[in-house]
Design a binder for this molecule. Structure first.
Ligand SMILES: Cc1cc2nc3c(=O)[nH]c(=O)nc-3n(C[C@H](O)[C@H](O)[C@H](O)COP(=O)(O)O)c2cc1C
Length: 303
């Protein structure tokens, strides 16, 4: 019997649907047992979010300061043949509950010497978060076999508007019936089942013979060159803002309310003015830095 553990955290249920789709072929197969471990923060994060709460989650997300989690349901001595870590991205980092899991002593026991697959469902910016997750998994002695990424298909700018509507209303619907539907499409979620089939095929013999190349043949990771440099630039600004806010206290502290609000206005300005400008500049930069971009795309495509 092959035992698979899926650790995940989803707010709207979108990532849960992705997880279920990928794991469906394995759940149906005899000889496989799939255990779902949904992380439960002691103090739940709101969904839908208010503007203040959404921005207040920024410093801890970005700086990877964990929240408290309820105890895991799996037993301490449960052993798994594969761990799937399914996560969403918050402010270029793994969501805070996933950060908390990755920093826990339980994670160390679960992940050490185990094959791991990461499964991401986010808007479009996952590269920095995956670098963080990779280094944490490495430090715990996990054996990362591959990465699967599902993202929104709309353009970066439209995607910001549609996801904002979704996050603040709780409705995964078309904003004003004009904008595209937010999030990952139902079709893409259904099609993610193909990754479950790859997993099954890779397990025909006793050992799991899986790598990123196999997954990429089915479109597991598609790197958007302009977003690599976008993320690098945003990282620098986020680093300054997160420390600036944290200096006034921890999550939802009244003393930092003003700075959190300032950050919201910065985000607005960045979306309205800086993002379109940066998109245009990155188009030009791509012409002059072809080699560097090619190397970066190759590197991040490896998962
Ligand atoms: C606070 C917050 C910050 C987010 N930041 C990012 C981000 O930096 N990059 C990204 O691609 N998506 C980002 N998202 C979108 C999420 O990764 C995810 O797609 C969305 O929250 C739906 O996930 P769910 O399954 O938990 O509902 C963010 C979402 C939230 C709530």
């Amino acid at each position: 019997m092959k035992k698979i553990l899926v650790v995940y955290y989803s707010q709207s249920g979108q990532l849960t649907q992705i997880v279920r789709s990928v794991l469906a072929p394995l759940e149906k197969e005899q000889g496989f047992s799939v255990v779902f471990e949904e992380l439960r923060p002691r103090k739940e994060y709101p969904f839908p979010w208010t503007r203040q709460e959404f921005c207040d989650a920024f410093p801890e997300s970005f700086l990877q300061i964990p929240c408290e989690l309820e105890s895991l349901k799996i037993k301490h001595d449960d052993e798994f043949d594969l761990v799937i870590l399914a996560y969403t991205v918050w402010y270029l980092s793994p969501s805070i509950p996933i950060t908390a899991f990755l920093q826990s002593t339980e994670a160390r026991t679960i992940i050490r010497n185990r094959p791991v697959i990461t499964l991401i469902g986010c808007r479009n910016m996952w590269i920095s978060a995956q670098e963080t997750v990779k280094s944490r998994l490495n430090a715990m002695g996990g054996d990362l076999k591959g990465n699967i990424v599902l993202t929104d298909r709309t353009s970066n700018l439209l995607g910001i508007a549609t996801i904002a509507y979704w996050m603040f209303s709780g409705k995964k619907e078309r904003f004003m019936k004009v904008f595209p539907r937010p999030g990952i499409s139902d079709q893409d979620i259904r099609d993610a089942e193909r990754f479950g089939h790859i997993l099954l095929e890779s397990w025909r013999d006793a050992k799991l013979d899986l790598n990123q190349e196999k997954l990429n043949c089915q479109g597991a990771v598609k790197v958007v060159p302009s977003l690599i440099f976008f993320e690098q630039r945003i990282q620098k600004v986020f680093s300054i803002w997160s420390r600036f806010i944290r200096r006034k206290g921890g999550p939802m502290s009244p003393a930092r309310k003003f700075r959190v609000r300032l950050f919201f206005y910065y985000l607005l300005l960045a979306i309205i003015l800086i993002a379109p400008l940066a998109t245009a500049v990155s188009g030009v930069v791509r012409i002059f830095r072809r080699e560097k971009i090619k190397t970066a795309v190759e590197y991040f495509s490896k998962g």
